[in-house]
Design a protein around this ligand. Structure first.
Ligand SMILES: [Zn+2]
Length: 115
């Protein structure tokens, strides 16, 4: 039995933390678009990371162009997401779903039980 934990990484905003609209991680635009970032297996959990990115930023991230501005943008994106993941890993949420952490406002964990 494995747990699938999905982290939705986004920029901080006044929007509800568990809402489907969040601030784009790169440009702060309000968006419902998400982009898969990574998936790792740790102990008995599959940890998936999704990022909130607007259409414009998503296009740049998915671009195959080797232009310097696109490469720099992708580098900033990876760095920012990894920073947010590390912030979250340092202060993991308690295992009980009753008490949700308020110290990690920019990441919204979503636990799902899969078999
Ligand atoms: Zn954006």
């Amino acid at each position: 039995m494995k747990y699938c934990i999905t982290y939705y990484v986004h920029e901080e905003s006044d929007l509800p933390k568990k809402g489907w609209l969040q601030s784009c991680i790169m440009c702060y635009t309000i968006t419902s678009n998400t982009l898969f970032f990574s998936q790792i297996e740790k102990h008995n959990a599959i940890i998936e990371t999704q990022t909130h990115v607007c259409q414009v930023c998503k296009k740049k991230i998915n671009s195959t162009s080797s232009a310097i501005n696109i490469r720099a943008f992708k580098y900033r994106y990876n760095k920012k997401v990894n920073q947010k993941i590390n912030e979250y890993v340092i202060q993991p949420p308690p295992p009980s779903p009753v008490s949700t952490p308020s110290s990690t406002p920019s990441s919204t964990p979503n636990k799902q039980l899969i078999q």
